[in-house]
Structure formats: structure tokens, C-alpha cells
Ligand binder design. Structure first.
Ligand code: NDP
Length: 245
């Protein structure tokens, strides 16, 4: 059994990863996010579907560096053998030109998407080094490859993830740890609702005229990446809805 830590597991792509990986019967799941009740719901659903699944949940705000290191330090011994880290927690807030952008939104995105990903990776790296065929999966984005109108700071954070993904591959090479960036186009999750601060109507219009990807589409891609033989590292993957320009 391989132990997977998924950040941002309470909804969207993270929750879909938990479900897809649980269905495969070869993973133990460590799930974290800020919303405890959502993690509990997910855990109950998983255990209902897969009674033999080993799953452990804990609350974590990846922006809080003391909490990140303490949470990993405090994991029960049986859960300290982490083989796979899925750096999924992330968000976009606001969609405004720079001159109108909110400083708080910028801080939230940079602190979560860049600094949070770094804190978790640093905290978990010593455990990954002890695993054979360990793997780090970073959720990047098409926004880490291109820049779109008003995407400024979110795009900058995902360009940073792109750079960090490349850097991690170099840094992890001596330890045989694989590193993969999964860069999706539009995925229908709570992402748009978060971006537009709970405005569900505006969030829905994002998908007008196309069928977006689902969290499951991304989770199945991650499952494929994880299942490659030891000598194969898929380092960078772009996955788009067929109709997205
Ligand atoms: P969701 O909003 O559905 O999920 C985001 C997850 O991140 C939630 O579980 C949320 O949990 C968690 N999260 C947010 N902030 C923090 C934090 N400070 N600490 C810990 N967890 C946090 O969106 P997606 O599933 O779509 O997003 C997942 C990843 O995919 C993100 O990195 C996003 O940038 C990326 N992505 C998404 C795309 C899309 O179109 N949806 C496209 C390309 C990339 P909680 O609120 O409970 O903490």
C-alpha cells in the first residue's frame, strides 16, 4: 500500500483524487484542508464505499507555516511513511486589472498557491526521501503557461508553480523522487465560486459554450501518472477541455 497526502482534499480536484485513488485499493489516504466538516463527510463517504480503506483526515491551513510543520510532525507513526504528495490546495480570488486588484486577494493567492505549496513540500520532503519510488504532484494550471485578461496575480502564482515544479525535479533527482505538474484548463469545481466570492450565478457563466473538465478527469490523469513504472517520470502535463480556446 502506498500512502498519499492530498492537500485541499475537501472539494473539487482534491476530493475527486481521494475518490479515484480509494477505488484502486492500493493507496492509504491522508487528507487535509481547512473545512473539517467537509473532510469528515468525504471520509464517511469513502469508508461507506470502501470499508477496508485506511484514511486519516486533519485540518490544515497551508498558509500557516508553523501549523504545516507541526501537523506533519504530529502525524501518528503509522501515517509518517508518506510516498506521494499531491500539492493541490489553491485558489483564485478576484478577476480584476492590477490597478483595481485587492491586496488581500493577492496575499491570499500568493500565500496559498506558492508559499503554502513550498511549506508543505519542505515539511514532507524528509518523509518522501525514505520512500521508494516517491512522487510529488503539483497542481499547476494553464494559467501557469499563459496569461489571460485580469488573471495577473493568479497567473503569476501558477507560473511560480511551473518554475517550482521544474526546480523540484532537479532537487529531488538524487533521491529518486518523481515530480509532476498537472496543468488543467477549466475544471468545474468550487474554484469559480471561490474566485467570485460566492457569486454562484457569475461562477456558472464561466463554463458557457463548453463542457468543462471534471475533478474526476483530473484525478484519473493523476492516477495514470502515479501508475507509470519506476523509470518513467511524466514531468509536465497540460489537460484542456476540448472546446476551450
Ligand atoms: P476547489 O475550490 O473546489 O478546491 C480547492 C481546495 O483547496 C479546497 O479543498 C480548499 O479547502 C483548499 N484550500 C484553499 N485554500 C487553502 C488553504 N489555505 N489551506 C488548505 N487548503 C486550502 O478548486 P479546485 O479543486 O478546482 O482547485 C484545486 C487546484 O486546482 C488549485 O490549486 C487550483 O488552482 C487548481 N486548478 C483549478 C482549475 C479549475 O478550473 N478548477 C484549473 C487549473 C488549476 P478548504 O477551503 O476546506 O481549505
Amino acid at each position: 500500500m502506498r500512502t498519499v497526502l492530498i492537500t485541499g482534499a475537501s472539494s473539487g480536484i482534491g476530493a475527486a483524487c481521494a475518490k479515484v485513488l480509494a477505488s484502486e485499493g492500493i493507496y492509504r489516504l491522508l487528507l487535509c484542508a481547512r473545512r473539517e466538516e467537509r473532510l469528515e463527510e468525504l471520509k464517511n463517504e469513502l469508508l461507506n464505499d470502501y470499508p477496508n480503506l485506511e484514511v486519516y483526515t486533519f485540518v490544515l491551513d497551508v498558509r500557516n507555516r508553523e501549523d504545516v510543520f507541526a501537523a506533519i510532525e504530529k502525524l501518528p507513526t503509522a501515517w509518517r511513511n508518506i510516498d506521494i504528495l499531491i500539492n493541490n490546495a489553491g485558489l483564485s480570488q478576484g478577476l480584476d486589472p492590477i490597478q483595481d486588484g485587492s491586496l488581500d486577494d493577492w496575499d491570499r493567492m500568493i500565500d496559498t498557491n506558492v508559499k503554502g505549496l513550498l511549506y508543505v513540500t519542505k515539511a514532507v520532503a524528509p518523509l518522501l526521501k525514505q520512500s521508494v519510488n516517491a512522487h510529488i504532484v503539483n497542481l499547476g494550471s494553464i494559467a501557469g503557461k499563459e496569461v489571460y485578461p485580469n488573471g495577473n496575480v493568479y497567473c503569476a502564482t501558477k507560473h511560480a508553480v511551473d518554475a517550482l515544479n521544474k526546480a523540484m525535479r532537479i532537487d529531488m533527482l538524487p533521491f529518486g523522487i518523481k515530480v509532476t505538474a498537472i496543468n488543467p484548463g477549466m475544471v468545474e469545481t468550487e474554484f469559480s465560486e471561490v474566485r467570485f466570492k460566492g457569486d454562484k450565478e457569475r461562477a456558472k457563466t464561466v463554463y458557457d459554450g463548453l463542457t468543462p473538465l471534471s475533478g474526476k478527469d483530473i484525478a484519473e490523469t493523476i492516477s495514470f501518472v502515479l501508475s507509470r513504472p519506476a523509470h518513467v517520470n511524466i514531468n509536465d502535463l497540460l489537460i484542456m477541455p476540448t472546446a476551450q480556446a
